[in-house]
Design a protein around this ligand. Sequence first.
Ligand SMILES: Nc1ncnc2c1ncn2[C@@H]1O[C@H](COP(=O)(O)OP(=O)(O)OP(=O)(O)O)[C@@H](O)[C@H]1O
Ligand SMILES: [Mg+2]
Length: 397
Amino acid sequence: MNDKNNKGVSMNNLVVKIEMSGNRYNAWSADGTKYTSEISNSTRKGAFQNGMALERRTGKNGRTYWWKVPMDVFEASSKPSVPDMSSVDIPTDHAEVLNFIHNSYSLKPQGLMMNELKWKYLVRSGVRGKNIMMTGPAGCGKTMAAKSLVNSLDRPDFYFNLGATQDPRATLIGNVHFEKKSGTYFSESLFVKAIQTPNAVILLDELSRAHPDAWNILMTVLDYGQRYLRLDEQDGQATIKVAEGVTFVATANIGNEYTSTRVMDKALMDRFTIVEMDVLNESEEFTLLEYMFPHVDLSVLGSVAKIASLTRNESKSDTARIGSGISTRTTVELAGLLFDGFSLPEAAEVSIYPQYDDAGGVDSERTFVKQIVQKFCDDGSSDDLFNEEEIHEATEA
Ligand SMILES: Nc1ncnc2c1ncn2[C@@H]1O[C@H](COP(=O)(O)OP(=O)(O)OP(=O)(O)O)[C@@H](O)[C@H]1O
Ligand SMILES: [Mg+2]
């Protein structure tokens, strides 16, 4: 009577398809809801390996179980209810997602200084498949945070440095090659492979420094309503769809001192959720340096943190005499020099001063920064960095 093939089967039974992501077998229904946690790993794996879908059925004892069915059944289940991709945040396994986001601070590497709210916002944007743009001045940890997010998500990941590429078309689309025997052929880029990988996390580093051609190519890729890459602009037909669940994480230096940063198109910016990286304050800077260099004299590290914060505050003031403060990248480098036995004046001379313009003599940015550093170098020793003679020479120049 209770024939297992018929019992519980109705048009309304839920059917899921198994997709592999990294070493995980995820179960997705046609409307994009994830059921992985309801189905045992071996069942999911078995279905995947046999190219079968799984149907949720209820046995006579009222217990639900998942039964292998041909893939057609899944395809059919996706027809009647057209998935509405415009509806935001379908709470799929909502409890699971909430739990992940709110426990995610433990996934942040200790060596990355970022406040808890910002980190959670970053993780949440990643989990929800938003296009994320990390912004902030140079050397404040944008790339580091983006990479840490990628590591935390346990999804296939790809890295592209768009600031370093001269040929955006080759990087994002591919190259046409010519061979005597076979004639011309097209070899697609790694990016093409990346966007076709379901649930991939794709890092677009230094997007603000990319060639405008790269921005144009990415426009349709990043648009939630389009999500495709056009391979050939002339022919208008060859497009590649961005796979389900792909997340883009970009970094940008916005509104800072870098002249190499091009002004990004507003339309491109609009395609992103912005996560602003905060510049560290003095005590955060000190905590970071102390954590990274426990063997360096704490009072000297304290001076480094103070110098950095003084320059940062100055650069923000209305009457700023310098265009930018010392970045965390620079304080970390400087502390590394201290660790290797350089004195503070020596370390500052090689790591800080070259970043500041010395045009203008005593009024130069470099002179100003030297004066700040020097306040922390007066340790009774006679390496007077900044004597009157030097000022005099600087004025003459
Ligand atoms: N918030 C931070 N926490 C920990 N380390 C940091 C932080 N910010 C910067 N650093 C240090 O500075 C280095 C450079 O950081 P990162 O490359 O992430 O900067 P960025 O913001 O991407 O800079 P750019 O704008 O030049 O690309 C890191 O390797 C790390 O040592
Ligand atoms: Mg960077």
